[in-house]
Structure formats: structure tokens, C-alpha cells
Design a binder for this molecule. Structure first.
Ligand SMILES: *Cc1c(COP(=O)(O)O)cnc(C)c1O
Length: 450
């Protein structure tokens, strides 16, 4: 193939005229983009001096058609989460309830009374409905919701403590992930970081010292969320901090992160919105962690403080969109009515249920490839219950590497993890109907084997 040079590449119009592309039924712009991708790839290789065999015009047209089809598919797609990580940030955290999904679809496809008061015919508040539900569920005086919890923390510090010294334990100067580091957010908000205590131990007297000396004019408590300090440790509880804050007449601000609403499938002593909310001036947390709703940052607390946050111009820049509001309202209604919130149901599944689910799936897949139900360990994820392994059940498949890649590339990608030479599909995080998706993919796998 000595004649593989740039000048021997087929022309664009010749490629576009091939039946594989011309009769593909795809729009012209996509056919052209697909052809361009294929030709560009060859041009690039030739310019780089690689040895390239230029395929036939028909073969190139087929490649171009496949490229065009790939371009036609949406980039953001449904995947099957078989990782066992319930709140997987890379996979969109919380899958929402049917009620929430329907509320989103309604809000998306039509107009709504988003900021319109139907009883007066005048302008209304976009967050009023979720605020009422949040107050009812948490017992807080006032509530507000913004775009995510990072925004809630930023709003809280920017509005309440600009230029002020804010005391925080050295054990709570955490990085949450995705470059959200408490010291950086504080700096950006204009608050002055006043570190107290040590990484493993902070006492009430450490906070008291900086309040007494006038170095700090507010207290911040952050739930370290995604890690756990064990061993020789000490931290100051929210109630004690609240009493200290009251004594010095300074606010106590809390970033709870995970947002457990009352008792649930987490340890007894796990900090809840109610517990921290009863003591602090303001508590913020995520909508899509243990609450099981959409991405959102929720703030609950004292009336006067929350009203300051709501009316600040920054709140407008961080506001929640209508789809998230619809989903948040529906999720809060699920909580109020005792309806199943999918992430909670997943966290609550018993070993017996998980085992049955895994054995059922293994039986379904057995005719297609070697597999067995095995015990495994997942996690809550989203930085919510660090150090708490979630004992679970999975289906173990072989050959691990090849299957992992095949299932990841499936039209509805199926994501598991490899452990000791087997591909494990943890059944805890499988949603209804996904067994069938896995079966379909494995049937295709089997069919493609020599
Ligand atoms: C998760 C978390 C955040 C960030 O919340 P997002 O909703 O992801 O923006 C902030 N603080 C703590 C303590 C967290 O756990």
C-alpha cells in the first residue's frame, strides 16, 4: 500500500454518495460530521507518518455511518448501576421516585405556577412550597433551597460572615470531592478562617479561646462526611457549640452535607437535620444524598437568618431551577407521606432480600455465561456513611475483563466492578426491570462468542 497518501483519500462527496451513508436516513449534517470524523482520523494518521491502509470506499462509508449514528445518540444516557454504591456521584447520585420523575416531566413539558400565586393572581415565591414542607419535616422556623449544597455553604458564609473570623475545628477542614474544600470556600466567601484544635481532637475551650480573644465572630461546624477519624479523638457536639455561641452572641453555622432526615438506615448516633437544626442557627445539606432527591442545597434554621439569605442578591445567582424544584417538592412529599424513597429502600434492603435478588439474577443469567450469587460489600456513597461497609450480594461473572468492557459498551451501559478476577454485579443498586437489561446484554454477548 505504497500509495497511501493524503491525495489518495476519497473525496467527501464520493463518501457521502455511498448508499451506506446516503440511504441511512440520518440528517445531512450528521452524515457529513460522521464522514468528516472518519476522513480526519485517516488524515491525522497519514500526517503523523503512520503506515495506513485506506479501506475501500464502501467500508469507509460504513464507518462514517456508524460515527454519524453515535453522534445522533444523546451523550447523557441511562446506565445500570450494578456497583453497589447507592449514592454514586459519577452516576448522578440519587435515582428518584416515580412521583418525583412525573413531577419533573410535568414541569418540563408545560407551564407551571412556578412564581405565580394562583389564589391572588399575583407573583408568588418559587420556593414557597418546598419551604413549607421543609419546615413541616424538620421543625425549623424557616427554610430555603438553592442549587446545591456547595452553593448553600457559599451563600451562608458570604451573607452571614463576610470579613468575620469563623472558628472551625482542624478536624473539619475537609475536602468533599470535586474540588470543594472547606478552607477554599471560606476564603472565596470572604470569611476569615480561624482554625481551632487539632486534626484528631478539638475541645470546647479551643473554640472559647478564639471567641474570648475576639479572633472569631462565628462558629462553623462541618460534618466530615466522607472520612472518619478513629482512635484518640474528640469533637465538640452541636449542642455544646450552640450553648457557647449563645453565650458569646455569635451565630453557629452548620454544614451537615449528607442530610439524614430523622431516623433511617444509618447508625443511631448519625447526625440528622433535626438534631443539628434544633441547636444551630442554620444547617445546610444536599438534596441528593440521604434525602434521595434532586441536586439541591437546603438551608433550614432561625427565621431572621434564613430571611437574610433569601433576600440577598447572591441567592438569585444560586437559585434552583423548576425541574429540580418539582423533584424536590415530590421527594419531600414522599418523606411526609411515608412513601418509598428509592435510595432509602436500597439502603434498607435486608441480607435475605439481597441474597434472593442475587440468586434470582444468577438463575436468569446461568444459561448465558458462567455465574453465581456471591456475598460482597457495597457502600452508601456520596460521602455519607464513611467506614460503613454495606454487606451485599452480587452475581459474579466470568471472564471479568472482557465482560466488563462489553457490558460498559452496551446500549444501556451496565456498570459493575472487578474483584478477584470476577465481574461483580451488586444487586442492591439494580432498579426494577434492569435484570432484563442485563439478560439481554448477556444474550448478545453469548451470541457473539465463537
Ligand atoms: C456533599 C457535601 C457538600 C457538597 O454538597 P453538593 O450538594 O454536592 O454541592 C458540602 N459539604 C459537605 C459536608 C458534604 O458532605
Amino acid at each position: 500500500m505504497a500509495d497511501s497518501t493524503l491525495s489518495t483519500l476519497p473525496r467527501m462527496d464520493a463518501l457521502l454518495a455511498c448508499p451506506a451513508l446516503a440511504d441511512s436516513g440520518l440528517p445531512y449534517a450528521l452524515r457529513k460530521a460522521g464522514a468528516n470524523q472518519v476522513l480526519d482520523r485517516l488524515r491525522h494518521a497519514l500526517r503523523a507518518g503512520e503506515h495506513v491502509e485506506i479501506p475501500s470506499l464502501t467500508a469507509l462509508a460504513e464507518q462514517a455511518r456508524q460515527a454519524a449514528e453515535a453522534l445522533a445518540r444523546p451523550g447523557l444516557k441511562r446506565v445500570v448501576n450494578a456497583t453497589g454504591v447507592v449514592l454514586h456521584t459519577n452516576l448522578g447520585r440519587a435515582p428518584m421516585s416515580r412521583r418525583a420523575a412525573e413531577a419533573v416531566a410535568q414541569a418540563a413539558a408545560g407551564y407551571s405556577n412556578l412564581e405565580y400565586d394562583l389564589s391572588t393572581g399575583k407573583r408568588g415565591s418559587r420556593t414557597a412550597r418546598v419551604e413549607e414542607l421543609l419546615k413541616e419535616l424538620t421543625g425549623a422556623e424557616e427554610a430555603f433551597a438553592v442549587n446545591n449544597n456547595a452553593a448553600a455553604v457559599f451563600l451562608m458564609l458570604s451573607v452571614l460572615t463576610p470579613g468575620m473570623g469563623v472558628a472551625i475545628s482542624r478536624g473539619e477542614l475537609v475536602e468533599i470531592g470535586g474540588s470543594f474544600r472547606v478552607p477554599d470556600v471560606m476564603a472565596r466567601s470572604g470569611a476569615r478562617l480561624v482554625e481551632v484544635g487539632a486534626t484528631n481532637k478539638t475541645r470546647l475551650s479551643d473554640y472559647e479561646r478564639v471567641l474570648e480573644s475576639g479572633q472569631a465572630q462565628a462558629l462553623l461546624k462541618v460534618h466530615p462526611s466522607n472520612f472518619k477519624v478513629v482512635g484518640f479523638t474528640q469533637e465538640v457536639g452541636v449542642e455544646e457549640l450552640a450553648a457557647l455561641a449563645a453565650r458569646y452572641g455569635v451565630p453557629l453555622l452548620c454544614d451537615l452535607g449528607s442530610g439524614a432526615l430523622g431516623p433511617g438506615p444509618w447508625p443511631q448516633d448519625y447526625p440528622t437535620v433535626q438534631k443539628w437544626g434544633a441547636a444551630a442557627d442554620v444547617v445546610c445539606f444536599s438534596g441528593d444524598k440521604l434525602l434521595g432527591g434532586p441536586q439541591a442545597g437546603i438551608l433550614v434554621g432561625k427565621g431572621e437568618i434564613i430571611r437574610r439569605l433569601k433576600t440577598d442578591p447572591l441567592a438569585r445567582a444560586l437559585r434552583l431551577d423548576k425541574l429540580s424544584l418539582a423533584a424536590l417538592e415530590a421527594t419531600l412529599l414522599d418523606w411526609r407521606d411515608g412513601e418509598a424513597v428509592p435510595t432509602l429502600a436500597m439502603l434498607e434492603m435486608s441480607q435475605k432480600e439481597l441474597r434472593q435478588k442475587a440468586e434470582g439474577l444468577a438463575a436468569l443469567l446461568a444459561p448465558l455465561c458462567p455465574c453465581e450469587a456471591v456475598e460482597t460489600a457495597g457502600e452508601a456513597g456520596g460521602g455519607t456513611l464513611p467506614g460503613e461497609e454495606l454487606p451485599s450480594w452480587a452475581v459474579a461473572l466470568e471472564p471479568a475483563e472482557a465482560l466488563e468492557a462489553f457490558l460498559r459498551g452496551w446500549s444501556t451501559p451496565i456498570l459493575g466492578h472487578i474483584h478477584r478476577g470476577k465481574l461483580l454485579l451488586d444487586v442492591r443498586t439494580l432498579l426494577p426491570g434492569e435484570d432484563a437489561t442485563i439478560r439481554e446484554a448477556l444474550a448478545a454477548w453469548k451470541g457473539a462468542q465463537p
